[in-house]
Design a protein around this ligand. Structure first.
Ligand code: MN
Length: 485
């Protein structure tokens, strides 16, 4: 068992001293002794699997060691001081962090849930690796959830869907996000999930056929280009389809775009070259192009997105990206972590985490709001919106790009630019045209906010704004001007 783990780490960290991992393995196995899981398996098997999941993301030695030890403070006689004497501060504080998050009991009450988010965020600000261990812990618990009593299982699934999957998404670890969502879907709605799976499988044959057709057509168009690329089918998650059906209020047969293809090439230049060739060779769907290379998502995701239609009218969703972007979309923040590690910041664990966080806009913003928002419910509300992922990019008259969640209005835009502009806003123009303040902005639009000194937010703005920032600023302004909010 141990050799399996160390061999794995050696494959990506050949130089590293693996003693902490070896020591943690023996220590945790002894500490958990004869404890068993619900399934009857030795408890330590769980700790081992969690560590293994983290090596799949190629995490560093302290993280893997902390993963092996992650339950010793909570479930065994081991005290923090013992751990620190054996493993030092870095690993111990990670174990402590994971234990703290776990001690926070999720309940259906919104307030408690908001508190959970706060805890997670606080843990992140200390050391982002704590969250990675906690997420891996959750993945393994979900994978083995069938052994749990039903009530426990459902509670865990709800929590995974509401708390952990969005967190994985926000950290850009899509493979974890998808796995958590699909597992939770299967637990919370077993029949709906099975049903959808059945329908999906029935369609399998024809989708494979059209997939192959698309691949062939694309390869033909790109053949003479001399650009090196590989093309692969993009797996769609069951829960993703389910959500799409719910959002568009459509049945499975009406959901069309199940063909997802991904082109991976070696440079940014080639991404755009491939894009040009595809645009020439096929009919792109109007409005389907999004350039996440120039304008990365808040979790650093980058790719070019577009949808193409062939002569028969079938539609394919295409993503074009480099190998590096691809790795980042799979491993998210962990990919960055590794990069940092490999360029030699090893040992400065927490400082490196801080650097990564600097890159994560959303985290900074969330922490900022967390301080602004006194009411935990308001805080939760803000996170829910922030976790909705689709974004629009809107330009200021000076050409600055403002990223906003989909369906944002000029008021959201105004507050995103500056709170003063939001507070003094009375109208908005898209290009030269006046639009109402509840207008829904679209990517690529240039928005000009009309302001005057005497203007003030009104209560009805709260009905249409969607960003937490605008919402809290409007409430604040209403409170200050004596209006009720
Ligand atoms: Mn655990």
């Amino acid at each position: 068992m141990l050799s399996e783990l160390t061999a794995q780490i050696k494959s990506y960290l050949p130089e590293e001293d693996l003693k902490p991992v070896e020591k943690a393995f023996i220590y945790a196995r002894n500490a958990h002794g004869g404890q068993r899981r619900f399934s009857g398996e030795p408890y330590f098997s769980h700790c081992f699997e969690v560590a293994k999941i983290l090596t799949e993301l190629k995490l560093d030695v302290p993280t893997v060691a902390a993963a092996l030890l992650h339950d010793v403070l909570e479930d065994t006689q081991t005290k923090k001081d013992d751990l620190e004497a054996e493993f030092g501060k870095e690993i111990t504080s990670m174990v402590e962090g994971v234990t703290k998050i776990g001690s926070y009991n999720f309940s259906d009450q919104e307030t408690a849930q908001a508190e959970n988010w706060r805890k997670m965020l606080l843990a992140i600000t200390k050391d982002i690796r704590v969250i990675l261990v906690k997420l891996a812990d959750r993945i393994h618990n979900m994978r083995t959830a069938s052994a749990l009593p039903e009530e426990k299982r459902k509670k865990m699934a709800t929590e995974s869907l509401n708390l952990y999957a969005p967190f994985a998404q926000r950290l850009g670890i899509y493979r974890w996000k998808n796995e958590l969502e699909d597992m939770a879907f299967g637990i919370l709605d077993p029949r709906g999930c099975e049903d959808l799976r059945g329908q999906w499988e029935k369609r399998q044959e024809s989708s494979v056929k059209s997939l192959e057709k698309w691949k062939k057509a694309i390869n033909e168009k790109l053949a003479g280009s001399g650009i090196r690329y590989r093309i692969s089918a993009r797996p769609k998650s069951l829960y993703g389809i389910h959500r799409k059906m719910a959002r568009q209020k459509k049945g499975f047969s009406e959901i069309q775009d199940l063909i997802g293809l991904r082109l991976i090439t070696d440079s940014v230049e080639n991404c755009y070259a491939l894009l040009g060739l595809l645009n020439d060779g096929f009919t792109p769907l109007e409005g389907s192009f999004t350039d996440y290379i120039n304008l990365p998502k808040m979790n650093m995701y980058q790719s070019l997105h577009l949808s193409l239609r062939d002569d028969a009218g079938t539609i394919a969703e295409i993503q074009i990206r480099t190998e590096e972007m691809h790795r980042r979309s799979e491993y998210g923040i962990a990919a960055h972590w590794r990069y940092k590690e490999s360029v030699g910041i090893t040992g400065a664990g927490i400082a490196a985490a801080g650097e990564i966080e600097d890159k994560l806009d959303w985290l900074k913003k969330v922490l900022e709001w967390q301080q602004e928002l006194k009411d935990p419910k308001e805080f939760l509300e803000s996170l829910k919106v922030e976790c909705e992922f689709e974004q629009v990019f809107v330009y200021t008259p000076k050409g600055r790009v403002i990223k906003l969640p989909k369906d944002s209005t000029p008021v959201d835009f105004a507050y995103a630019v500056h709170s003063e502009i939001g507070d003094r806003c009375y109208g908005a123009k898209i290009g030269k045209k006046l639009v109402p303040l509840d207008y829904r902005l679209r990517s690529g639009e240039m928005c000009q906010i009309l302001t005057r000194k005497s203007a003030r937010p009104t209560k009805d703005w709260l009905e249409f704004v969607i960003t937490p920032r605008a919402r809290s600023k409007i409430r604040k302004s209403l409170r200050e001007s004596g209006g009720e909010s």
